[in-house]
Write a protein that binds this ligand. Structure first.
Ligand code: AGP
Length: 610
């Protein structure tokens, strides 16, 4: 997510804004910028790709003193990281500057309208620049009204800050679906995308709600609702320290990111569906003929991303009617795989910088494959070297243990399968609609699971001393078992092991003895009875079984010591839901063990070496 900071008051806005942006660095960004309303010079914008230090170096030679300004750290969604794409953006007159956190879903339509109807010349590839020009074309001396008219045309999510050269004593901010807060100072006021940016200056804030507009001056803050009626808002007193504030009150980034999954799944899904519910993949330009020409699909990745690929195999084979092979990148590169121009190579990578995945992609490309990548970091190496890119909109993932990136990668797998099946004409309208409806219902189902956090935390207290755990499952549940096992081992250092339940009898069951902990994923209705048999197998050898099942399959309670239930959903899409309780379980077991959850020993967030 992008970071916003704005200041209006009697001190120098430049220093305050830069300092505030630095306190948002933890969120991840690729560029930053500042816009100041300077006496006799109007709006001055300075912005740079890369670290905030680059911006500081840029303005170090100037004396940019102002009492009002806005700043931004950008996490690219539309348009690569660059100086031109960095915020703030200005209108054609250069008198209005805007910073924005979120995504304007109809920006292309608005861009066309601005170019055709108003002769606007765009300087960036971003959706945000559209906002600046909208305000500019509507501005007739009243910045509040101009912002109101601009917002009426915008669809999507936005937290925005606006300043205008002709109205230096005022700042306007609007919130819809992206976070926005107001800091209340003495002789000054602030806006920000979240609390850490302001903690050094204020502890009293207004939490701005959806569809509210805020008008700030140095000594006053007014909030209006969507009907432009004034709103009375209680002051929220911040008691958090800076470290807690970065995690928005959660003890770790991992837990915060687990809780961000409903939004991440929704954003990744909904923002690629048009008004008719058709999937529109903005970063993929495959023709029907090209899709029909693929006779082999490889999904290649590492770690959690590889586990997402295992689910991708189920989804794409079923929906796109094509053979899919999944491999870890470090193996794929050295087994001289068969690749030609009828091969589709799908790389999955949260960071987009994992060297094994990047090198595997390069080999596939060199042998003529079409390369599609599913990436979370815009403009990363994997994205840049792919023919098509499907960005997960999970937002920056800070914790080393991947959670929200994984569930959004799963959404991408289903959407790629649906997109390909639709284009090939092998997917019935009925099945297409069933999947879309099921996927749209997933965010609420994840929220249902998150309500069980306390119950799962209690279960973790029972289990955290274990030194060995087996995860078993069948079908997609075996793929989820691998991911659940990795989550547990990488943050709790417990020796956890995942295996397809049907494989147990071929050797591994020799390890099951009295009180061995087995976590059995039994979410698939069509394989439920088979899983009950596997549970009986391990129970017969003394295992302690924790079951994961849909809420209607209560017969599992006769076999398992503990059961975690998940809401009813179509078998094929349960992985996006069933992984969540196991992420929470891994988190609280690691917490009980006193582990460094966000930065586990020996691990890096992005493995850029072989
Ligand atoms: C997962 O929790 C780990 N952090 C690790 O396995 C990770 O998924 C793997 O290194 C791949 O990273 P990427 O998605 O950035 O390519």
């Amino acid at each position: 997510m992008c970071g916003i900071v704005g200041y209006i008051g009697d001190s120098n806005a430049t220093d305050i804004i830069i300092d505030g942006l630095k306190r948002l660095e933890y969120r991840g960004y690729d560029s930053s910028g500042i816009a100041l309303n300077i006496k006799d010079k109007g709006i001055q914008v300075r912005k740079k790709k890369g670290r905030i230090q680059n911006l500081e170096d840029l303005i170090a030679q100037e004396n940019l003193y102002s009492n009002v300004g806005i700043g931004h750290t950008r996490w690219a969604t539309h348009g690569e990281p660059s100086d031109a794409n960095a915020h703030p953006h200005t209108d054609m007159s250069g008198k209005i500057a805007v910073v924005h956190n979120g995504i304007i879903e109809n920006y292309l339509t608005l861009k066309e309208w601005l170019i055709n109807e108003h002769g606007v010349v765009f300087k960036s590839e971003t959706d945000t620049e559209v906002i600046a020009h909208l305000v500019g074309v509507f501005y007739d001396g009243d910045i509040e009204k101009a912002v109101g008219k601009a917002v009426e045309k915008m669809q999507g999510a936005y937290g925005i800050g606006v300043i205008c050269a002709d109205e230096p004593g005022k700042m306007v901010a609007v919130r819809k679906d992206s976070p926005l807060i107001v800091g209340l100072g003495q002789g000054c006021n602030f806006i920000a995308s979240d609390i850490p940016a302001l903690l050094k200056h204020v502890r009293q804030i207004y939490l701005i709600e959806n569809n509210e507009t805020v008008i700030l001056t140095a000594n006053d803050v007014k909030i209006y609702n969507a009907d432009h009626k004034p709103v009375k808002r209680d002051v929220f007193n911040v008691t958090w320290d800076a470290d807690a504030a970065e995690k928005e009150g959660y003890d770790h980034f991992m837990l915060k990111e687990i809780h961000e999954q409903p939004d991440g799944v929704r954003d990744t899904l909904v923002r690629r569906m048009d008004e008719n519910g058709e999937i529109v993949l903005d970063g993929i330009n495959m023709t029907k003929e090209e899709i029909e020409s693929f006779n082999k699909v490889y999904i290649v990745a590492c770690g959690t991303a590889y586990h997402a690929g295992l689910i991708g195999k189920f989804a794409i084979e079923k929906l796109a009617n094509v053979s899919v092979e999944v491999d870890v990148a470090s193996e794929f590169r050295y087994r001289d795989p068969f690749i030609d121009d009828k091969t589709l190579f799908i790389a999955i990578s949260q960071s987009g910088e994992t060297l094994d995945t990047l090198e595997a992609l390069r080999e596939a490309k060199a042998k003529g494959a079409r390369v599609l990548s599913v990436v979370n970091v815009v403009g990363s190496s994997v994205a840049r070297e792919s023919d098509d890119v499907f960005y997960t909109w999970a937002g920056p993932e800070i914790a080393v243990a991947s959670t929200k990136a994984y569930t959004t990668q799963l959404v991408c797998m289903y959407m790629i399968g649906l997109y390909m099946g639709r284009k090939k004409g092998t997917l019935s309208d009925e099945l297409y609609k069933k999947y879309i409806d099921e996927l749209l219902a997933v965010p609420e189902k994840i929220k249902e699971v998150l309500k069980q956090e306390k119950k799962i935390k209690k279960l973790a207290k029972k289990l955290y001393k274990r030194e060995q755990v087996f995860f078993i499952g069948r079908g997609v549940d075996s793929a989820v078992s691998y991911e659940a096992s990795l989550k547990l081992k990488e943050i709790s250092y417990i020796n956890s092991f995942a295996i397809a339940a049907g494989e147990l009898k071929h050797g591994t069951i020799a390890l099951i003895e009295q009180d061995t902990l087995v976590i059995a994923l039994a979410s698939q209705d069509r394989l439920f009875d088979k899983m009950l048999s596997n549970i009986q197998e391990v129970k017969a050898r003394g295992a302690y079984v924790v079951g994961v099942a849909k809420e209607n399959n209560t017969s599992i309670e006769q076999q398992a010591e503990d059961v975690i239930y998940i809401p009813e959903c179509m078998d094929e899409v349960t992985p996006i839901v069933s992984v969540v309780p196991l992420q929470i379980l891994a988190y609280y077991i690691a917490k009980q063990r006193g582990c460094d959850i966000d930065k586990p020993k020996n691990l890096a967030k992005s493995v850029t070496v072989e």
